[in-house]
Design a protein around this ligand. Structure first.
Ligand code: SF4
Length: 99
């Protein structure tokens, strides 16, 4: 059964189908995100992609083992990098509909 599509990474294979990853939800964002459009929610699996892609905006919470937005993008380059991180996040834990 391939109910969740991907069976090799973040889908049913790796997590045993416990959770069906979905779009990021501002209601579930980590409190260490700075206010603004971009945020990381509690689906983050700490894969490092966003920190590599948008290092000016995403960093790691070492205690919690997840990423968060420490600065909202302020330049076209940072916006592009943050958008790339959003699109590349394997579990769709990054949103940009925050406040
Ligand atoms: S790309 Fe997604 S899963 Fe990976 S560290 Fe960033 S928010 Fe977390």
């Amino acid at each position: 059964m391939e109910k969740y599509g991907c069976k090799s990474c973040a889908g049913i294979g790796f997590y045993g189908g416990i959770r069906n990853f979905d779009m990021a939800d501002p209601a579930n964002k980590y409190p260490d995100n700075v206010p603004g459009r971009y945020y990381v929610d509690d689906q983050c699996i700490d894969c490092d992609l966003c920190r590599e892609t948008a290092p000016n905006n995403f960093m790691r919470n070492d205690d919690g083992g997840h990423s968060f937005v420490f600065k909202q993008p302020e330049t076209p380059e940072e916006e592009a990098q943050s958008q790339e991180a959003l699109e590349g996040c394997p579990v769709e834990a990054i949103g940009k509909d925050g406040e």
